[in-house]
Design a protein around this ligand. Structure first.
Ligand code: SAH
Length: 310
């Protein structure tokens, strides 16, 4: 199998840019190994690798696909304390996060990420966590206000209030269980013009909430920066504007000399930047890449280099 080709599992995005940024890395961490496409590129560059995913099925696949004695695997979220301390001990000089879900996760129906008919509303990336709330649990238990905020914040849905109200009305008649229940509510709230793009957007919003994706990213990034050795490079690929905003915000703040809260009269922080941005603008896939791999469409890559001072 050629480097970067994970077969039918997942097509890695922006491989040329990732490979270039990983050049010279000795100890890399792939926080979202998925099908192992990016990981294979990193290994081909000669680095050792700590490969992480919160999805045990992804880890099992990547273990087989990569089959290298230079890789160690870890199952868990990159934001969990155990995983963060393992990363810190590894002392990486390269850290990659390729956020979101893999093509495989979207395709395996029992995982419940898809809006194809009859799919259970599950959406947990970590399918071993039997007690974590599923998408159906959120739809059946969250208050109308919470649902409205979720659709507004995560899906930029202008009719968030109407959709939340429709969900609450419908769940009184019958609890939400499968994709069709949510698609029906979206159709009712958004009108007959609602189509696959709306379904995808709202399903993604729910998925982000089920897996607490923004919160995890927000808490992980500063810890990952601390974990890297001086001069280390962090690369994040986001597929959602809300996530990209978090990455951009951190990278900008880390590049500034002073990070005191606005309005503070005298600077009390160390007054030196944590490093420098390697991407002034986010790197986007070319039209050719998007044509070959439509899932790359919304990818935005940003990179940051930690200063030699640490
Ligand atoms: N770069 C990979 C594809 C990654 S797809 C490749 O080349 O094949 C995104 C992966 O990130 C999924 O497998 C998903 O389970 C994982 N993931 C998402 N959020 C995570 C988190 N907080 N911690 C660990 N893994 C996560």
């Amino acid at each position: 199998m050629k480097v970067g080709d994970t077969g039918l599992y997942h097509t890695p995005v922006l491989t040329g840019v990732v490979a270039r940024l990983a050049e010279g890395a000795r100890r890399a961490v792939d926080c979202t190994v998925g099908g192992g496409g990016h990981a294979a590129l990193i290994l081909a560059g000669g680095a050792e690798l700590l490969a992480i995913d919160r999805d045990s099925e992804a880890v099992a696949h990547a273990r087989e696909f990569l089959s290298s004695d230079r890789v160690r695997f870890l199952t868990g979220s990159f934001a969990s304390p155990d995983v963060v301390s393992a990363i810190r001990e590894y002392r990486p000089d390269f850290v990659l996060l390729d956020l979101g879900v893999s093509a495989r996760q979207l395709e395996v129906e029992r995982r419940g990420f898809s809006f194809r008919p009859g799919v259970p509303l599950d959406m947990r990336m970590d399918c071993s966590d039997r007690y974590a709330p599923t998408a159906a649990d959120l739809l059946n238990n969250r208050s109308q206000d919470e649902l409205e905020r979720l659709f507004w914040d995560n899906a930029d849905e202008p009719r968030a209030r109407r959709l939340a109200r429709t969900v609450v009305k419908r769940r009184r008649q019958r609890p939400f269980a499968v994709s069709d229940d949510l698609v029906g509510a979206i159709r009712e709230a958004l009108g007959p013009g609602a189509g696959p793009k709306d379904f995808a957007r709202i399903f993604q919003a729910l998925r982000m909430e089920v897996n607490r994706e923004r919160q995890e990213l927000e808490s992980a990034l500063p810890q990952l920066l601390d974990a890297m050795v001086p001069g280390g490079v962090m690369v994040v690929i986001a597929y959602h504007s809300g996530e990209d905003r978090i990455v951009k915000g951190y990278f900008k703040a880390w590049s500034r000399a002073c990070n005191c809260p606005p309005g503070q009269p005298v600077c009390s922080c160390p007054g030196i930047p944590r490093g420098r941005l390697l991407t002034r603008r986010p790197v986007r896939p070319t039209p050719q890449e998007v044509a070959a791999n439509p899932r790359a469409r919304s990818a935005r890559l940003r990179a940051f280099r930690k200063s030699d001072a640490g």
